[in-house]
Design a protein around this ligand. Sequence first.
Ligand SMILES: [Zn+2]
Length: 358
Amino acid sequence: MENYTIIPAPYTVGPEAYAKVPEYSRLYGTRAVVIGGKKAMAAAREKLERAVAGSEIEIVDFVWYGTECTRAAAARLEALDSVRQADMIFAVGGGKAVDTCKLVSLDLKKPYLSFPTIASNCAASSALSIVYNEDGSFSEFVFFLECAKHVFIDTDIIARAPYRYMWAGIGDTYAKFYEVKISSQGEDLEHFKALGVNLSRMCMETLVRYGAQALSDNKAGRATYELEQAVLAIIITTGWVSMLVSREYSIDYNGGLGHAFYYGLCTLPGFEENHLHGVVVGFGVLVMLLVDGQDDECRRLMEFNRTVGLPTSLSELEVTLEQVRQCAEAVVTGEDMEHYPYKVTVDMLMDAVAKLDV
Ligand SMILES: [Zn+2]
């Protein structure tokens, strides 16, 4: 039997979550460098500075990460004195900023703590970094053995962020349940995989229950109970599931036809620039359910999508059947389809997509 350790990222959530920063970051030293997106740092800076004032934690610098999570962006950060001299990294922002910090953390062997300022994905708590090439195209997934040492979720900051991030986050998050469920079909699940598969149900159920209210609270800038539940589903539940079912432990249930659909369509010129990841992935899940013969569940999810304004037809997604056909091969052979219970053919995909061509 092999020995292994599972450590999901601990978190603090609430409208004053940063108040706990000194208590939980002092375990890793005293000097912190903040690395993040420009808007994210602007949204978080004052609260962060107030949180560490008078404590032993010193913020040595606020550094802009760049615009993409690339190896070059990480190398540029790793060359900075303020980064090299810091004991730990405070990763502030959305997915790309946090993912860049993970690369720096891995290269420089410094711990990172994350501060998501939008609720669009689980980057803040997952043990994975999605790395792009300089031209913006996808490069590689980099997997980590460790997640963030702590995730600080200030719901007040997130409630004031543009709502389209949470809107897309909802699609990406319910995808975790449907993709994990299908990818793990018929497999013998040992403890941590079973934890992940069972937990994944909350990625969908929490959003079906609170998603619509959370979105309207986000539009109004209100940090309500419902918003907090949705934010935790998007940032924490999904990140924990992702880590528990990760390929780091040899079998990967992350990803599936929903994500493969998105990455396949990204081969269309201009598609990625005009579509949010989670919105397309959420639509891809509808396709995946139809391919899997789950027509009733697809209808149920379409009902939900209508309550939050996520697309239920190709026309709402602004693509044609012909355009999907052009990408069909890329979809069914995508990296996300590597661990799937059966082979999905171009014909199976196109039959399903045709049902959503209204
Ligand atoms: Zn995703």
